[in-house]
Design a protein. Structure first.
Lengths: 203, 203
DNA sequence: AATAGAAACGGACCAAAGTCCGTTTGGGGC
DNA sequence: GCCCCAAACGGACTTTGGTCCGTTTCTATT
């Protein structure tokens, strides 16, 4: 009769133990400070553990791998950006015309990716995958395309618009082919117009 | 008066020494056979060196890094594909209409990327970069877009078409979001039509 | 054929990621 | 407040990518 758990009927994953939570926080802080001091590629897992005052095993239990830790860091710094998109001022946030929002989104996303490029690269797989970021951006673009009355497979079209904003592509264009940033941005804007333009309204 | 080099006035990089070339070949063969036996992620650099009968230092001098070795392997297996694009039978090779060739190109590229996905992933940075593959595909698509009479910044548009065919994107769509392969292909075809369609000829 | 010096070689060595398992600790049940 | 055990911890250990430098081998030149 007596419920084994009073409230958390809804939380399938048993909540984190107090010490675990404290350590996670300490590790994130330690990692960030190490990165600020030595740069991303000189941050070692052992150093993070040491600075946080825990053992190395703990770091890996929390974050799986170096990439996982990087992804967590990235997630943290991107959440402010997500908030700006969802509820910040126009044109990035709600209130502007869909097309204006879409273009602002692209520019902002591009800039954000470049700003954190070292972190993004270090996060590798874990960066794009599951960790919230991709699915959020995909959903948002899909939504805006819907608002614009675009016909077709919206999830796929959203991907097509997002793909050229991913780091490997940007690095290719900017660092290897030496295209100026403005040109890349303009190219993306042009792409958006081509994708959005419907046969009916060919402007 | 006597020329220090008789013919190779044109070869800036002095040609490879005989033993070096032999070792390169042996290493490539060893690496490939190891991969066939144990899978890409169990192939260790030390094992490759041992099987080729050389020291570990030699492997790294030739290929820089594990990624470099993977990229070399990839390059090798992609060169047959490049040949098929440049001089194979239509519709992939020359002889078909540009649009037909472009669509065949996309399908083929997608299939090729998926077939070698482990290698591509293991090649990481070195895969996309300099190592021939990217620049070849980009040039080819640019050329086809030109043939189709597309206006605009062709190099950028080529990138926009290529980006959704890159492995990270495909993995996201196929493995994470569980889109069926056909749907992804159809989506890409649709994208091509949207990009190619000009305001003048809105079909 | 002898020789010099540049290039290639080998494998000991190092650093850092990731694993393992015996020990400690938090917190729900009594 | 006490007990229990699942969860968390720590740090030695293993693996592997990558470096270093003394030694060997190629090739051009005489």
């Amino acid at each position: 009769m007596s419920e084994p758990r009073l409230l958390p009927l809804l939380g399938d994953p048993p909540p984190e133990r107090r010490d675990a939570a404290r350590n996670r926080e300490a590790l994130l802080v330690a990692a960030q400070s190490l990165i600020d001091e030595c740069g991303v590629e000189h941050m070692t897992m052992e150093a993070v553990a040491a600075r946080a005052g825990v053992g190395k095993g703990t770091v890996f239990r929390r974050f799986e791998s170096r990439e996982g830790l990087m992804a967590a860091l990235l997630n943290h710094s991107e959440s402010a950006w997500q908030a700006a998109v969802m509820s910040g001022p126009p044109p990035l946030g709600p209130g502007a015309e869909p097309m204006e929002r879409l273009l602002a989104f692209g520019r902002s996303r591009l800039e954000s990716t470049l700003r954190h490029h070292e972190l993004v690269r270090a996060a590798g797989r874990a960066g794009s995958r599951s960790y919230a970021v991709w699915s959020f951006t995909a959903m948002h673009v899909r939504y805006l395309l819907g608002e614009l009355g675009v016909e077709g497979d919206l999830p796929l079209l959203a991907t097509a618009l997002l793909a050229p904003l991913e780091l490997p592509i940007l690095e290719q264009q900017l660092s290897v082919e030496k295209f100026p940033l403005d040109r890349v941005v303009d190219g993306w804007v042009d792409l958006v117009h081509r994708v959005v333009r419907t046969p009916d309204q060919p402007a």
